[in-house]
Design a protein around this ligand. Structure first.
Ligand code: UD2
Ligand code: MN
Length: 587
């Protein structure tokens, strides 16, 4: 029996060509399949891998971006400052005013792209290193008070762009109670519209200073590693792997990148690959950080990390757990300064180590002054806290520079309670400061211990007259000068503290060594930077009160009893003008 449907079908088939029917059927199937694919693509958020490989979330359409951001970004002049180049501001008056106000060229910063390119300044040896695929992920902590927004965001973008996402746990921004409108209003909006979700802003209600702000950041951070950066930095290609690798290999190791300079006047990025010889950190007895050449035995490779006695302070990484295990930072330290030597001494003494990692490069704008409030003498007071806890009996050499801070002398300056910090030494069984000096920084000159005689040097004919550097001494900066005389001070301070060293017979202070200098016929005692090697030119003899220059055979003579005169070198004649008494003699 034939059904009605089959009858219609047979009639149609009879009328239409069978081939045409087949064509229609194929077309229908094709359209269906295309529609299906489109539907699937629309309902699927996309392959997960693509999302992972990009650290940025663009959640908003350009037309949704608020005017504050549009305005802020309008200042950027495309192309300016690319490849780390500097830009010249033609209007010199405007430039001066800007630098005076912000401590660096803010105009240049505002015009340069937040994502500018930088040169890859790494040493060739560094580029060849294969780092592990899995490294501890880092919380990058950036603290700031009234930082210029473009500079701060360039720091953030440099980290986002040049850190593989798997190594960047988060960026923690700590606003140390800024009151710039840009920071208080534009930054949070920028964060919401332009930055990925792992950039976190943490705001402090009251300015606590850089130590407190860093601690606050470290406490909220949850990465296995933490890396601190100043808020005016730019991280370069491959910056993070060398740091994380060293933290992974040795979790009690604090790591410091090569700190390249970004010009405060033009914002030009100046980086140097470094070589076999590099600089590491030292310190002055007055409690300041210095750079010193790293002493190596000739087998060092340019990519090798170099142990360092101290750190500059601003840029370093650590295993988070280790950082807190040894006491984080000293919460009693206010404002700015001193925390870097405190952390350095503590790390080494409490079974850690520190090294400069030359394959990691980060630029930093070095500024001539601090464009923010700092409590009076916070560096000095923080350093006194540090000296009390971490310098043991060697704190005497710090107080020689800062008698005003000595605790034994009644003073209105209160360094606060240090008991919890002292406790760390017991709890962790930390080694002594002497161990640190002997082992980590054996080249540090110890003014008293390493001398035959030291202290004030008083003239026998004019007993009121002492050797004095007449405030001409620039310490580690090694600026040479003629040594002078001045009425002896009541207490031994650094201007009159001189030593006759035991191993090289140098007449010296911390950095400067005496030699003779013929100044147009009158021979003076010239102070020059002490050398590593023994030199006849800087050797002296102390015989029966006479200070005799070995090379010339001449004696140091007080020309008269006037304050501020320069000492002279003259033929030894046994008179009292050439006789001197050292305040202390070592057996
Ligand atoms: C150096 C260090 C710096 C710090 C300092 C004190 C480098 C490159 N820089 O001075 O990191 O260790 O020595 O020893 O090693 N800040 C606040 N709140 C304040 C004051 C400062 O958050 O009350 C921020 C500031 O915005 C900046 C950071 O702390 O991001 C360091 O201050 P700086 O850049 O003025 O110090 P700097 O580089 O002269
Ligand atoms: Mn800085």
């Amino acid at each position: 029996m034939i059904t009605p449907i089959r009858l219609i079908w047979l009639k149609l088939r009879h009328r239409l060509n069978w081939r045409v029917i087949k064509l229609f059927m194929c077309m229908g199937y094709g359209v269906f399949m295309i529609a299906l694919v489109i539907h699937m693509l629309q309902s699927n958020p996309g392959p997960v891998k693509a999302l992972k490989s990009s650290p940025y979330r663009h959640l908003y359409l350009e037309e949704e971006i608020p005017p504050e951001i549009v305005q802020f970004e309008k200042q950027i002049v495309p192309g300016l400052g690319e490849d780390g180049k500097g830009i010249e501001i033609k209007d010199k008056k405007l430039l001066d005013e800007t630098v005076k106000k912000y401590a660096f060229n803010r105009l240049a910063s505002d015009q340069i792209s937040l994502k500018r390119t930088l040169p890859d300044v790494r040493h060739e040896a560094c580029k060849k290193i294969q780092y592990d695929d899995t490294l501890p992920a880092a919380s990058v902590i950036i603290i700031f008070n009234n930082e210029i927004l473009s500079t701060l965001l360039r720091t953030v973008w440099s980290v986002l762009q040049r850190t593989p996402p798997e190594f960047l746990h988060e960026i923690v921004l700590v606003d140390d109670a800024s009151n710039l409108t840009e920071i208080s209003t534009v930054l949070p909006i920028y964060l919401k519209y332009r930055l990925p979700a792992n950039v976190i802003l943490h705001r402090l209600v009251e300015q606590v200073g850089l130590i407190g702000a860093r601690l606050a950041g470290a406490k909220v951070a949850s990465g296995e590693a933490i890396i601190f950066l100043d808020s005016h930095c730019e991280a370069t290609e491959g910056w993070i792997q060398p740091l994380l690798q060293r933290i992974k290999d040795k979790p009690n190791n604090l790591v410091i990148p090569s700190i390249d300079s970004i010009s405060d006047k033009t914002l030009a990025f100046n980086g140097f690959p470094g070589g076999v010889g590099i600089s590491v950190g030292g310190f002055t007895w007055s409690g300041h950080f210095t750079w010193i050449p790293f002493k190596h035995n000739g087998t060092r490779k340019p990519s090798d990390p170099a142990p360092t006695a101290t750190m500059a302070g601003g840029l370093f990484g650590a295993n988070r757990e280790f950082f807190f295990k040894i006491g984080g930072y000293d919460e009693g330290m206010k404002g700015w300064g001193g925390e870097n030597l405190e952390l350095s001494f503590r790390t080494w003494r409490c079974h850690g180590s520190m090294e400069n990692v030359p394959c990691s490069h980060v630029g930093h704008i070095f500024r001539d002054f601090h464009p923010y409030f700092i409590p009076h003498d916070s560096h000095g007071i923080n350093t006194a806290r540090m000296a009390e806890v971490w310098m043991d009996e060697y704190k005497r050499l710090f107080y020689m520079h800062r008698q005003d801070l000595q605790r034994e002398i009644p003073s209105p300056i209160d360094i606060g309670d240090i008991s919890s910090r002292v406790q760390i030494k017991d709890t962790l069984k930390c080694k002594s400061f002497k161990w640190y000096l002997d082992t980590v920084y054996p080249d540090k000159f110890i003014l008293d211990d390493q001398s035959i005689a030291y202290g004030r040097i008083r003239n026998q004919k004019y007993p009121n007259i002492c050797f004095d550097h007449l405030q001409r001494d620039t310490a580690h900066k090694n600026g040479f000068y003629f040594l002078g005389q001045y009425p002896c001070h009541n207490v031994l301070g650094d201007s009159q503290y001189f030593s006759l060293s035991r191993d090289k017979f140098e007449l010296r202070n911390e950095y400067m060594c005496a030699k003779s200098f013929d100044n147009e016929g009158s021979i003076k005692v010239q102070m020059v930077g002490c050398r590593d090697q023994q030199s006849r030119k800087t050797a002296w003899k102390f015989e029966n009160g006479a200070l005799i220059h070995v090379d010339s055979g001449l004696c140091i003579t007080a020309p008269n009893d006037s304050a501020g005169e320069e000492l002279v070198l003259s033929k030894c004649d046994g008179t009292k003008q050439q006789m001197w008494d050292f305040e202390f003699l070592n057996p």
